[in-house]
Design a protein around this ligand. Structure first.
Ligand SMILES: N/C(=N\CCC[C@H](N)C(=O)O)N[C@@H](CC(=O)O)C(=O)O
Length: 742
């Protein structure tokens, strides 16, 4: 079976069906494509092609003798086959395949087949560059007709591009590099001012418009120049499988919805050709300003500018102040310019505080907004502020400052909750409650002991945040874009002024990593899980079945339909909010996992989960404190429930150990005592001495000092146990530690 360069079988090409898992068309029958969107089916259907080539390579691997015998052995033994064996063919099939030599294709053979393909394609048609890639390669300066007028640095809607001077001339080395054709083996020197990744060869306007039209129509979206270029390139490729799959996707769409504009536009091809050709302007939906102008809606960043600015402006201004001061100290700007900048920053700060600052979406982010506003306010000196600075080091410095503050806020809330718990525990010093394991009654514990267990957990949560804060507190400012600067800046001064421990040592690391965000979110997640567990326990205890605690009306809600109900909503919400805190951590983990070193725009996405996590955890802690201050434990109900479950059985076993009985034996003896109680329907403490002696002669009259939950609790003496002496001591220690006055 021959494979196309994209790894799909030629038979697949003939049918033109998507055979991925989502397609549901097994057995070689034409099926519903899994990818409704032809753009996706063209480029990256998660199931198609890849799945096929995987199963191909699997079947090869699985023909390895050891795997085959494993399969057969499993079948013979009639056991559940392992996951590994499941993906293999039947035993009979495998027997047949056994004769084939199992091996992966060698590197050389890969090259050989590539060579064959190249020969074949040379006979047919050379790979033709997409026209839009020729005229407008990705990352190249836009075509003149699409180039927005370059405004002065003051009013530019984007960071001043290094490609243009204020007079609009192109002078950036990076730009001229891009415009210089790559030279060297196999590379053609460019004669054109716009460098193209492939030398222009032959354009195929008709075919190109077909593909674009199909995709645009099918997705209902206008394609960006880059997407269009990719499609055009595929179209011009000799790999006809791409074309056939696109056509089959189109057929599918036409079959499915004959009344949709898709069909009409496909029929009305000539009109569509004109429309598609006229709509080449890239909407740049990811930029607020340009998206706004194009009228397509700011798809990615619209909500962020203001949200991000609301959180980060104070830190951004603090960084700018420190940076300006350092620039003056090192002689990079004059003290006069510094003072003008600082004055301008004061005014902006006031404006923001008064709610009079306009956050402009077309200025992309908080840094550009503040800098552009500063330039508008104070003019030329403000243009010097970005000396030896980049948004890459700015944003991460802002974020580190933000995290530092956020950690401090969370630490305060943790302490508040701890205080609430200790005060609650102090109200019920002697209240014994059933202790549970597996949610089954286990041993009696003092309620303060249980409440202090939450306090301990919270203390570790705080400790994790404090540890994290230590690592957060290093200053990236001055790392610039990634490489530092050739200007004589003083990073130690800015670090000190911003109360960081020290500047970060490696400029690439400084702008690259968000491990401090991850660590922070991980610490938050653990805290959130703790709070969620408390939430679960209190919700359970508030139920009729337990009836151990009653929340006051102020922290309960009613039901819209059941008049009698009193719901412990706040703690349910705490339990629920923990999901988003953990989700926020997952988001940033996955966000970071594929990033090459230094700044990547993906990192803009770290803010929403970071802010969300902090907002959630602060809210959860606040709600927990409030709930703790507004609940009462139902002592009578709890006490009346204590006889159930033989909570003193383990204490009785300890009594026997004290009498010299090995623990395993005492365990068995107490088991027989409990069985006796069950048969007599009584408590251990209600057994007569004769009953006990009948079970084992070792029992003496002093046994009754161990029976009953009060006695049992008092017998606990180990460090950290639920014994009242221990608990009272711990409670006192916590009161001192948290500064709670007697
Ligand atoms: N675009 C950019 N950084 C944006 C960082 C701020 C962004 N709003 C964020 O939140 O991450 N990096 C440019 C440099 C710059 O604009 O300063 C680059 O490395 O090419």
């Amino acid at each position: 079976m021959s494979t196309t360069p994209r790894g799909r079988s030629s038979s697949r090409r003939r049918t033109g069906c998507c055979k991925c898992a989502g397609g549901g068309g097994g057995g070689g029958k034409p099926s519903t494509p899994c990818c409704f969107n032809p753009l996706r089916s063209l480029f990256r259907c998660p199931g198609r092609g890849r799945g096929r080539s995987r199963s191909r390579s699997h079947s090869r691997n699985r023909t390895a003798p050891s795997s085959v015998s494993a399969d057969i052995a499993t079948e013979q033994q009639g056991q559940e086959p392992s996951f590994f064996v499941y993906s293999m063919g039947s035993a009979a099939e495998n027997k047949k395949k056994k004769h084939r030599k199992a091996r992966l294709p060698s590197i050389r053979s890969c090259f050989r087949s590539k060579k064959k393909e190249r020969k074949a394609s040379a006979r047919r048609q050379p790979l033709t560059p997409a026209p839009s890639m020729v005229t407008h390669p990705p990352r190249s300066p836009p075509a003149p007709e699409n180039t927005p007028a370059v405004a002065s640095g003051v009013t530019s809607t984007q960071p001043p591009s290094p490609a243009f001077t204020e007079t609009g001339n192109v002078n950036s080395p990076a730009t001229s590099d891009r415009r210089t054709a790559p030279t060297g083996p196999g590379k053609q020197p460019s004669t054109d001012s716009a460098w193209a990744p492939f030398p222009p060869q032959r354009q195929q306007p008709k075919q190109q418009v077909d593909g674009l039209q199909i995709v645009e129509v099918a997705t209902g979206e206008r394609l960006s120049a880059h997407e269009a270029a990719l499609i055009e390139m595929v179209e011009s490729s000799t790999d006809d499988s791409a074309e056939s799959s696109m056509k089959s996707s189109l057929e599918f769409i036409n079959e499915q919805s004959p009344q949709t504009p898709v069909k009409r536009m496909v029929a009305d091809r000539e009109t569509a050709v004109v429309k598609a050709a006229a709509s080449r302007e890239a909407p740049r939906r990811w930029l607020n300003g340009n998206a706004g102008k194009a009228g397509t809606g700011a798809r990615f960043t619209e909500p962020l500018v203001v949200a991000e600015a609301n959180e980060l402006w104070a830190h951004d201004i603090a960084c700018s102040r420190a940076h300006a001061a350092m620039l003056a100290d090192t002689g990079l700007i004059t003290t006069g310019d510094r003072d003008i900048i600082l004055e301008g920053l004061d005014q902006i700060e006031k404006q923001i505080q008064d709610g009079k600052f306009e956050w402009r979406k077309d200025r992309e982010d908080v840094h550009m907004n503040i800098e552009a506003a500063l330039i508008e306010k104070v003019g030329e000196p403000a243009k010097k502020l970005h000396t030896a600075r980049s948004r890459n080091d700015q944003i991460v410095t802002d974020l580190r400052l933000w995290c530092r503050d956020a950690i401090d806020k969370i630490l305060i809330r943790i302490k508040q909750f701890q205080v609430s718990l200790v005060l609650l525990a102090s109200k019920y010093v002697d209240l014994i409650v059933p202790g549970y394991t597996h949610l089954q009654r286990a041993q009696p514990v003092l309620l303060p002991h249980l409440l202090l267990s939450y306090v301990e957990q919270l203390e570790r949560d705080a400790g994790r945040l404090i540890d994290c804060r230590e690592r957060v507190n290093f200053c990236p400012l001055g790392a610039c874009a990634l490489a530092g600067t050739g200007l004589p800046i003083d990073r130690f001064k800015t670090a000190k002024d911003l109360k960081f421990t020290a500047p970060m040592k490696n400029s690439i690391d400084a702008v690259s990593d968000r491990d401090f965000v991850l660590e922070f979110l991980a610490a938050n997640s653990i805290a959130a899980i703790h709070l969620s567990r408390i939430g679960e326990e209190w919700v359970l205890w508030a139920s009729e079945e337990f009836g151990f605690l009653t929340p006051s009306d102020s922290v309960s809600t009613g039901s819209s339909i059941m008049p009698q109900k009193k719901n412990p909503d706040p703690m349910e919400l705490v339990r629920g909010k923990s999901a988003r805190v953990v989700g926020d951590l997952m988001t940033v983990l996955v966000l970071c996992k594929g990033l090459p070193q230094a700044y990547n725009r993906d990192l803009q996405e770290d803010k929403e989960p970071l802010f969300d996590s902090v907002k959630a955890i602060l809210g959860m802690l606040e709600v927990c404190s409030e709930f703790a201050q507004n609940i009462s434990f139902n002592s009578k109900r709890i006490q009346s429930s204590l006889p159930a479950g033989y909570l003193d059985a383990t204490t009785l076993a300890d009594y026997l150990v004290k009498k010299g009985v090995p623990f395993r034996t005492s365990h068995e003896i107490v088991g027989r005592c409990v069985a006796l109680c069950v048969s007599k329907n009584c408590q251990l403490t209600e057994l007569e001495m004769d009953d006990l002696k009948a079970v084992h002669p070792v029992f003496e009259a002093d046994v009754y000092a161990y029976l009953g939950v009060e006695n049992a609790v008092n017998k606990f003496i180990s460090y950290g146990s639920t014994g009242s002496e221990q608990v009272k001591k711990q409670l006192e220690d916590w009161r001192v530690q948290l500064g709670i006055n007697p």
